[in-house]
Design a binder for this molecule. Structure first.
Ligand code: B16
Ligand code: MG
Length: 209
């Protein structure tokens, strides 16, 4: 019996990936190369600095750490500007109902996101109150596929990893969930994720076992 549910944010509760993509693409164009939606797949679920490293690899550009920090900051300012328009209507299909159903059955809820903007996004979506714990990119030092983000969530919920399920849309997140010892549920419309214990197309398809 599952006692805790940990939700990834981008791609599971809300589609912020499209804004990440637009902001990275703007940066790539400023640097003189194109960045496609296919390239963007590699960035899903990974941290901001790792995303920048991958972007620079695609553009075959090298630079100093200070320059990288400046670029990551510039991309984030643009991304946060785009997030201002976010509202509750941007919640993905079935997201709120799924959390409410789990809560009703006494399951504890945590966020487990790589995003440093997660607290702001939860406020915009008006769902912060549904979470017993929130773990985001500000609280962990090792990015997914490292299990740190999910192990921290498990600890904050005062549960064991095997008592928790993780909803994830990225391969790095599925790998992190398995490494943590949790049940990994892939939210995967395209059917491309590997190694999950269960796959659903969207949260509206999830039924408590
Ligand atoms: P930020 P998740 C991840 O969110 C995104 O999928 C990934 O594309 C992004 O680079 C990462 O957050 C960091 O986001 O720049 O806002 O700190 O899927 O783990 O909820
Ligand atoms: Mg995600």
């Amino acid at each position: 019996m599952v006692k805790g549910a940990i939700f990834d944010l981008d791609g599971v509760l809300v589609d912020t990936a499209k804004y990440h993509y637009l902001a990275w693409k703007e940066l790539a164009l400023e640097l003189g190369f194109d960045f496609t939606e296919k390239d963007n797949e590699q960035l899903k679920g990974v941290s901001r600095m790792r995303s920048l490293e991958l972007l620079l690899q695609i553009g075959k550009i090298s630079m100093t750490e200070a320059q990288k920090l400046e670029l990551a900051d510039r991309k984030n300012r643009r991304y946060v500007q785009m997030l201002q328009a976010l509202t509750k209507a941007d919640l993905l299909e079935g997201a709120e109902a799924c959390i409410l159903q789990l809560r009703q059955k006494g399951v504890k809820i945590s966020l487990g996101s790589a995003s440093k903007n997660a607290p702001f996004i939860l406020e915009k979506l008006e769902i912060r109150d549904l979470f017993d714990a929130v773990v985001d990119g500000n609280m962990v030092s090792r990015a997914k596929p490292d299990p740190e983000v999910f192990l921290t969530a498990v600890q904050l919920l005062a549960l064991k990893p095997e008592e928790c399920c993780v909803f994830e849309d990225a391969q790095a997140g599925i790998d992190a969930a398995k490494a943590a010892g949790c049940l990994a549920i892939a939210v995967d419309k395209a059917g491309i994720l590997m190694g999950a214990d269960m796959t659903i197309h969207s949260l509206s398809q999830f039924q408590m076992l």
